[in-house]
Design a protein around this ligand. Structure first.
Ligand code: NAD
Length: 478
């Protein structure tokens, strides 16, 4: 694909796309050819976007809640109308299968639908101070939310945070990741065309150290919403601390899946392959799979055979598994696997190789016999690799599953309903799925225990994250 194929993407600020002066190439991970040029917004771009947001905010927060909801529904419809183009753009910048890109655009629009329905249900409470007073609370918008986005699911992850922020009456300045800024910018433009007032949703592409830091360190931002790695989250939190700006952090994971001997093995094997969605670049992927000794051999054999069957290729060909985002990411994944197996005791059961030199592909991989404290067991590899571990009893499974600095998700496979609830309670994770691959619906709260994050996105809980409480006390004295 040539650079001309998707053109230039300037910052979208105050309802206008700014010309690209200092652009960087966006590469197609299937070929590493440029597919577009995106702006490097820098401090100047962020300042302009914050000014546009400040101008738009008073009217937006005063907009009738029902009208805000109608506008968000219009934006959802406009995004769905552009789904094919957005999916193509998403696949161009991330390399992922078109099928996944389409799904994430649809899922993104669902966040808008969901929060459109909540705009007129953001209720306060009345507080019983006694006969002499009327006391009530209001949930008011925070102001400007600065949203730092990762590259792995731009449509879905943009809208996960931006839909509730807008529904609650906040303005948004978003900074997408330099690897994949196209869809994140395009959906803001579509929203503007659909009628969202200028300046309510601004997008400034650019790098982390300059553009991102200008946003997280600004005293004009009322909340920093960050999705990305734990390491960057630390920097972001420190930067926001300068102005005591509150942060919401959605970071990484090393999620366990526990397969008990009474599990439906057909379903467990099939769903375990869900780890390879987006070439394993999924924050909640269950990459540590603990299997009871009674069914370990059968499970390992079946899941390895199924993994070997998966097709790998460019997203435009709709394979089972696409490329990793960059060559560097591919090499990092390859190194983790080599480190675990070259000097033992790790053993590759499937994959474990670079299947083609062009692009950033790594074969879907299953490894066993890796010690619990090896880097492949402990670090978020963010690639198409999972490890298998054998356990003997429930206590051991829970202890080893919890032995991680992360706590984003956990999966449990059992037909015993009591065991399912017992184990779900004991797992240190923000979400637990039972007998299915992790589900992340707009209605269900999502976020991490431990280093996997601070705060919750999604569901009605997100309304708390994007509003602040005001208490009003009125004397009823005559
Ligand atoms: P990253 O941490 O490298 O980058 C995330 C964003 O932060 C990018 O936009 C980047 O430009 C920006 N950034 C970098 N340095 C910055 C700085 N100093 N100041 C401000 N911004 C800065 O993460 P990534 O590689 O883009 O994404 C992958 C990571 O994201 C994985 O760890 C994954 O688990 C995590 N993730 C988490 C969730 C979740 O919901 N918990 C969802 C998707 C991805």
């Amino acid at each position: 694909m040539s650079q001309e194929s998707h053109g230039e993407y300037g910052s979208y600020v105050g309802g206008t796309e700014r010309p690209v002066e200092d652009g960087v190439a966006v590469l197609n991970p299937s070929t590493n050819d440029p597919v577009a040029t995106a702006a490097e917004g820098g401090r100047e771009g962020i300042d302009a976007a914050l000014s546009a947001a400040e101008d738009a905010l008073p009217e937006w927060r005063a907009t009738d809640p029902g009208e805000r909801g109608d506008l968000l529904r219009d934006v959802a419809d406009a995004i769905r109308d552009s789904a094919d183009d957005l999916a193509e753009l998403g696949t161009a910048e991330t390399g992922r299968p078109l099928r996944e890109s389409r799904l994430f655009v649809r899922n993104g629009a669902e966040y808008l639908d969901y929060y459109a329905g909540l705009t007129d249900k953001i209720e306060g409470e009345s507080v019983p101070l006694g006969e002499g007073d009327l006391d009530y609370t209001r949930r008011e918008p925070l102001g400007i939310t600065g949203q730092i986005l990762p590259w792995n699911a731009p449509a879905l992850l943009s809208l996960r945070g931006i839909a509730p922020a807008l529904a609650c009456g906040n303005a948004v300045v978003a900074k997408p990741a330099p690897e994949a800024p196209l869809v994140a910018t395009e959906i803001a433009r579509i929203a503007g065309e659909a009628g969202l007032p200028d300046g309510v949703w601004n997008v400034v592409p650019g790098d982390g150290a300059t553009t991102g830091a200008a946003l997280t360190g600004s005293d004009r931002v009322d909340k920093v919403v960050f999705t990305g790695s734990v390491e960057t989250a630390r920097t972001v939190m420190k930067s926001a601390a300068d102005h005591l700006t509150p942060v919401g952090l959605e970071t990484g994971g090393k999620s366990p899946s526990l397969v008990f001997p009474d599990a439906d093995l057909d379903a467990a094997v099939e769903d375990t392959l869900g780890v390879f969605t987006m070439a394993g670049q999924v924050c909640f992927a269950t990459t540590r799979v603990f299997v009871h000794e009674d069914v370990y051999d059968e499970f390992a054999e079946r899941v390895a055979a199924a993994t070997e069957e998966l097709t790998v290729g460019p997203g435009t060909e709709n394979p089972d598994v696409g490329p990793l985002i960059t060559r560097e990411a591919r090499d990092r994944v390859a190194e983790y696997v080599s480190e675990a197996v070259d000097d033992g005791p790790g053993r590759v059961l499937a994959g474990g190789e670079i299947p083609r030199e062009e692009g950033n592909f790594y074969a879907p991989t299953v490894v066993e016999d890796v010690p619990d404290d090896a880097p492949l067991s402990c670090d978020e590899v963010f690639g198409p690799v999972f490890t298998l571990y054998e356990f003997s009893d429930d206590d051991e499974a829970v202890r080893r599953a919890n032995d991680t600095r992360y706590g984003l998700y956990a999966a449990v496979w059992t037909r015993d309903v009591s065991r399912a609830h017992r184990v779900a309670r004991r797992l240190d994770a923000g979400s637990v799925s039972v007998n299915e691959f992790p589900v992340t619906a707009p209605q269900a709260p999502f976020g991490g225990y431990k280093e996997s994050g601070i705060g919750r996105e999604k569901g009605t809980q997100a309304v708390r994250e994007y509003t602040q409480t005001k208490n009003v006390a009125i004397s009823l004295d005559e």
